[in-house]
Design a protein around this ligand. Structure first.
Ligand code: G6P
Length: 374
């Protein structure tokens, strides 16, 4: 049943719309809301014998490719905040090319939907040789990465068929947010924040349903962008990953050039591209970076940029300079979980662009779901 398209035309479309359910399954049995005496907490059974070692590690290194790497990028801020341990990210092939240092005192976390990606698997073997603790975050029980790691967490997102990863991405972020809660100390000073994140996780499926209502709006936007050569996506902080992942979706399925840009780097190159023709999505939802993003919007506007701003519901007036930009309003969630919501309109945009441009949605040319050769 899981692998037919049901009422949908394509697997990618089905998998985008399935996200309220896949997130529910990812969190099932792992979040404890607590009654009057029980505190809110997280239970990750696959890690319970290794949490002490993880907490004592001198560094946590996340390793993956493509969308799985982007998911780790989205979760890094909350992992750093709650664990207090330096968190670094590695694209598997790059770690292998450099033979970068991995130590016994490191925890390495291998993020892979399929659990079979050749570069990630080889990086895992490399980390094992170097004596690091190896943790897997995969969607495939019994996969090579799940079998080879010391311990791990299954994301339980259900079978993903579309080559472009969608529901696995949001489930991976949620698992890493739960991992951050599991590693972090449950101190009095962190209690309010931890509880807000747990409440936020519980609310995610309903917020996901809400953001999926943007489907028609994203189809309209796709109609507007159908003939474009290129699309830039600006993000920062929690949503730097949204920019990279949104651009990756557009390029891999719609076959349109697209680039995710760290907004803080705007003046170091990307600004030269801005004119009245190139469409630019700016992710500017409410978080600690909001005023910086407002300033980015002003600067892009001053250069006549063609702006599409993603903002928190009710914020259209504060982000739309001169009333000339297009706005995508999304529901607000706890800041560190906002990437789970913000990617959805961009998944929908990539999907509709692909259909309208007449390309193969589920099997984009030259790409494979699981890259098992190097
Ligand atoms: C391929 C797929 C991507 C995926 C990447 C990593 O490129 O097309 O959707 O993100 O591999 O795959 P993994 O299974 O390791 O997450």
């Amino acid at each position: 049943e899981q692998i037919n398209k049901g009422k949908y035309e394509h697997y990618m479309q089905k998998e985008i719309h399935e996200q309220p359910d896949s997130l529910t399954t990812t969190m099932r049995g792992r979040l404890i809301r607590g009654g009057s005496c029980k505190a809110k907490s997280v239970l990750l059974g696959g890690l319970k014998d290794h949490l002490k070692t993880i907490r004592r590690s001198r560094r946590i290194v996340f390793i993956g490719c493509g969308t799985s790497y982007n998911a780790a990028l989205a979760a890094r801020p909350i992992l750093e905040e709650l664990s207090g341990i330096p968190v670094t990210l590695e694209i598997a092939s790059d770690l292998l090319d450099r033979q970068g240092p991995i130590y016994r005192e490191d925890t390495t976390v291998f993020v892979s939907q399929s659990g079979e990606t050749a570069d990630t698997l080889q990086a895992l073997e490399y980390a094992l040789e170097n004596g690091a603790l190896c943790v897997g975050i995969t969607n495939t029980v019994g996969s090579a990465i799940a079998r080879t790691t010391h311990c791990g967490v299954h994301i339980n997102a259900g079978c993903e068929i579309g080559v472009a990863s969608t529901k696995a991405y949001t489930s991976q972020i949620v698992v890493m947010a739960m991992l951050a809660l599991a590693i972090g100390d449950d101190t009095i000073s962190s209690q309010t924040r931890r509880e807000a994140i747990i409440d936020g996780l519980f609310d995610l499926p309903s917020k996901l349903k809400e953001v999926l209502k943007l489907d028609e709006e994203m189809k309209d936007l796709a109609r507007l962008l159908i003939a474009e050569q290129s699309l830039l996506v600006f993000g920062r902080g929690y949503n730097y990953a949204t920019a990279l992942e949104g651009a990756l979706k557009v390029k891999e399925v719609a076959l349109m050039h697209s680039e995710g840009i760290l907004a803080g780097e705007m003046k170091h190159g990307p600004l030269a591209l801005v004119d009245e023709t190139l469409p630019i999505v700016v992710v500017a939802t409410r978080d600690a970076c909001f005023s910086k993003q407002q300033s980015v919007i002003h600067q892009l506007h001053a250069r006549k940029g063609r702006l599409i701003v993603m903002c928190t519901k009710g914020d259209a007036a504060s982000v739309c300079v001169g009333g000339s930009c297009r706005v995508i309003e999304v529901p607000q969630v706890e800041d560190c979980l906002q990437p789970v919501i913000n990617i959805v309109p961009l998944q929908l945009l990539a999907y509709h662009l692909t259909v309208l441009r007449g390309h193969n949605v589920d099997q984009p040319r030259n790409l494979a779901k699981s890259v098992t050769t190097q």
